[in-house]
Design a protein around this ligand. Sequence first.
Ligand code: ATR
Length: 277
Amino acid sequence: MTDQTIPLAGVIGSPIAHSKSPRIHRHWLTVMDLPGHYVPMNVSPENLAEVLRTLPKAGFVGANITIPHKEKVLGLVDIVTDRAALIGAANTLIFGKDGKIHADNTDGYGFINNLKNAPCGWDGANGPAAVLGAGGASRAVIVALLDAGVPEILLSNRTRMRADALAQEFGKRIRVFDWRQAGNMLEHCATVVNTTSLGMVGQPSLDVPLQGLQKGAVVTDIVYAPLRTQLLETAEEMGCHTVDGLGMLLHQAVPGFERWFGKRPEVDAATRDAALR
Ligand code: ATR
């Protein structure tokens, strides 16, 4: 195989040094013994358009997109999937042989597959879901939960207007609670999701009262640093099933890897170890 035919991919963001994506994709390339390279690329917003048009010419078959470019990139590509349009952001680009750049969003796919592959199992039809937060991550989670057949979403956000706007956009199956009443949602819910940055290393803790958590509910956090957030610790003590946020990151990487490098990777214990290394 010549250099020209070795597929290249990477993750574009700024800053990018913290990204776990290179470790995940390199692990899969190694264990599946596939030709390919995956690199982190620190690109500023003003250079994004130029970089995207140049990469395919240099042998890139696609890229992941992360903060702060996930929304802006939609305006710079040729084809946007329905899912990315609905979420309003993209995290996975495919550089097509036709010269077109395709943008997709696999965050919701990663979120749902993380829950479905958890040891406790998960079925959206089991009951309503509580969602804390109404930012970009919340949009992907809400679209995925609705798609997975959750009967109702109870939504709360510090800035209520953002939650009201999501309810307006995504319809009747969303009921908004004031942030001061966020704890009230929990007693009705079979699934609880934190999509805020609260509880992350260096951020304030999640100050929502958790006494309402139901035994047997599935509680998950998109925060994965630390891996065991205070929310997950408390939920476990209260007899809930907990699913950490690292799995979402691993699962969202699967569709991109498959498209770029030609084989579907496994999300297993070794993948987790590689991401954490
Ligand atoms: P992302 O795209 O990662 O979701 P974001 O759009 O900035 O990032 O959203 C961050 C989420 O965390 C929002 O729901 C935000 O609430 P606001 O809409 O009120 O800003 C929430 N968040 C961040 N800091 C918070 C805090 N100190 N208390 C409560 N919620 C907070």
